[in-house]
Design a protein around this ligand. Sequence first.
Ligand code: IMP
Ligand code: MG
Length: 189
Amino acid sequence: MSYSTTEIHPNVKRVIFTEAEIKDRVAQLGRQITNDYKDSKELVLVGILKGSFVFMSDLVRSIYLPNTNVTLEFMSISSYGAATSTSGVIRIMMDLRTNIEGKDVLIIEDIVDSGLTLNHLMDLLNHRKPNSLNTAVLLRKKEGLKVDVPVKYIGFDIPMVFIIGYGLDFAENYRELPYLGELKEECYK
Ligand code: IMP
Ligand code: MG
């Protein structure tokens, strides 16, 4: 079941990517990951809550690695309050429950803006000596980047607008929308 454009949420200015567009792109990323990790013994997919939960659930079902021990873990990090730009303050609310030493680790994140959150996270996880550490991000705001953080898999590059839906929130709302939409400016200004 998909939404027609006449049924979009009243606080959405426009749909940036439809359900079908997201589905196609996520399937492509899944195929890329499947190919890149086919010789991996242990792959830990680390979803960053809450924003990545929809992306992660679709992405993992596009990955097929019958010879790899694939496991899912979650971390919860807080960087934003109700504001729409990064505070630079990052707190670990929930850490991994597994030792990642010697394993291949793929961080799954919803969006990279300044890159501060991801940069901090990669530093932290690298100290735990994984065999490899990479990142899959659904959205990247290229003009927002303040630090040079390496992202191996990127769904879409987007302009500097505030995005909601498909797991992404504004003040904890709109995560349930099935598409990626631009939040109307009057909703946050
Ligand atoms: P960064 O540290 O500036 O890269 O911020 C990344 C985090 O900010 C993401 O994990 C999101 O939680 C949040 N974020 C940045 N831009 C958006 C957006 O357009 N919509 C929703 N959340 C966003
Ligand atoms: Mg996030």
